[in-house]
Write a protein of this length. Structure first.
Length: 332
């Protein structure tokens, strides 16, 4: 359904826009109907930039985005409107998606006027109540209220209801439950599971590995805008191949280990990988200051073009040694 091919994004930075920040590099992935694919990576790895390019909130600087085989990388006004009928996004902070001076009903009225001008008010009311019911919201509790009168979880569900009214095929869910409390989180996650079983494809953006493990059919691990590993969730979590994926998994807090034990494991892993893995060297050299641009090249950072190698069916790892068909001494 959705396919990204060698997608790139370079931001112009600096006072006069003379510096380049390569936020997304040659990212290729796909999301099928009824499938949840998670983009996982630390802050600054390019997850949201990819989500925004899929949603046409940002232009890409290279590569293509296709939806059902049609190139949607550059869309005119009309085509964009049609695209948004099939593809919608929900973001971390639901408050920023609503205008605080209007009641939430306005969001739905705008939707009706834009996409369903011929639907009568009474039909529309029926559809709206059905969509609110699907996200477990009682119309009487929600309609006629201002955003500040509703909780983050209610607003998040309203945004999903809005997407349902459009009968979308793909949802880009960018950190949508980070701001919710534990019980609301479960409600929203269950809702996503239900939408998936109805055939919705979901591109789920998260920095939270446990969450990625819980919701996804496949995961894509990003580091500095590059895919370092991707595959079926159980394959990647049970047998992480890339040192960065292993680092990420090792950094998940365990209640049964003390800080000293975690530090000892970390230094053993560092010693094992030292001088062997460019990704690892880059992380060490930058003191894990992710978000800074790596220079590229073996000395300072990560090489530009590291192809993904299929280690097992559907399980890909990016490694300069593997790409050169060399053995990885780190065992990755
Ligand atoms: N508008 C912008 N102009 C310049 N640089 C940007 C812009 N937006 C993002 N960046 C940079 O692009 C890189 C990727 O940012 P992005 O927001 O996609 O990362 P992320 O993985 O979603 O991070 P987070 O989890 O913190 O949201 C970062 O280095 C960020 O500073």
């Amino acid at each position: 359904m959705l396919t990204l091919s060698a997608l790139d994004k370079v931001y112009k930075t600096g006072t006069f826009g003379t510096s380049d920040l390569h936020a997304v590099r040659h990212v290729s992935l796909d999301v099928q109907r009824g499938e949840v694919v998670s983009l996982i990576g630390e802050s600054g790895s390019g997850k949201s930039t990819i989500g925004k390019m899929v949603l046409h909130l940002l232009d890409s600087t290279g590569g293509t985005i296709t939806f059902d085989g049609q190139d949607v990388t550059r869309l005119g006004f009309r085509a964009r409107r049609d695209y948004y009928r099939k593809v919608q996004g929900v973001f971390q902070d639901p408050f920023s998606s609503f205008n605080p001076i209007f009641k939430v009903d306005r969001t739905f009225e705008t939707l009706r006027r834009t996409y369903f001008p011929r639907v009568s008010q009474s039909d529309w009311r029926g559809r709206l109540e059905e969509a609110l019911g699907a996200v477990s919201l009682e119309p009487g509790d929600i309609l006629g209220k201002f955003p500040h009168q509703l909780s983050g979880g209610q607003l998040q569900r309203l945004l999903i209801a809005r997407a349902l009214l459009l009968d979308i095929e793909l949802l880009v869910a960018d950190e949508i439950i980070s701001m919710l409390d534990a019980s609301t989180r479960i409600d929203v996650l269950n809702l996503l599971g239900e939408l998936k079983s109805r055939g919705l494809g979901i591109l789920f953006v998260t920095h939270d590995l446990s969450l990625g493990n819980y919701v996804s059919d496949r995961v894509v691990i990003l580091y500095k805008g590059r895919i370092v590993e991707q595959g079926v969730t159980s394959a990647v979590f049970d047998d992480p191949l890339h040192p960065y994926t292993r680092d990420l998994l090792a950094s998940v807090p365990h209640l049964d280990r003390t800080w000293d034990e975690v530090e000892a494991e970390e230094s053993q892993r560092s010693a094992r990988l030292a001088g062997r893995c460019l990704y690892h060297e880059a992380l060490a050299a930058q003191g894990r200051a992710l978000g800074e641009e790596a220079d590229g090249g073996p000395a300072g950072g990560v090489p530009d073009d590291v192809g993904l190698v299929e280690h097992a069916p559907g399980h890909f790892v990016g490694c300069f040694r593997k790409a050169a068909e060399e053995e990885c001494p780190a065992g990755a």
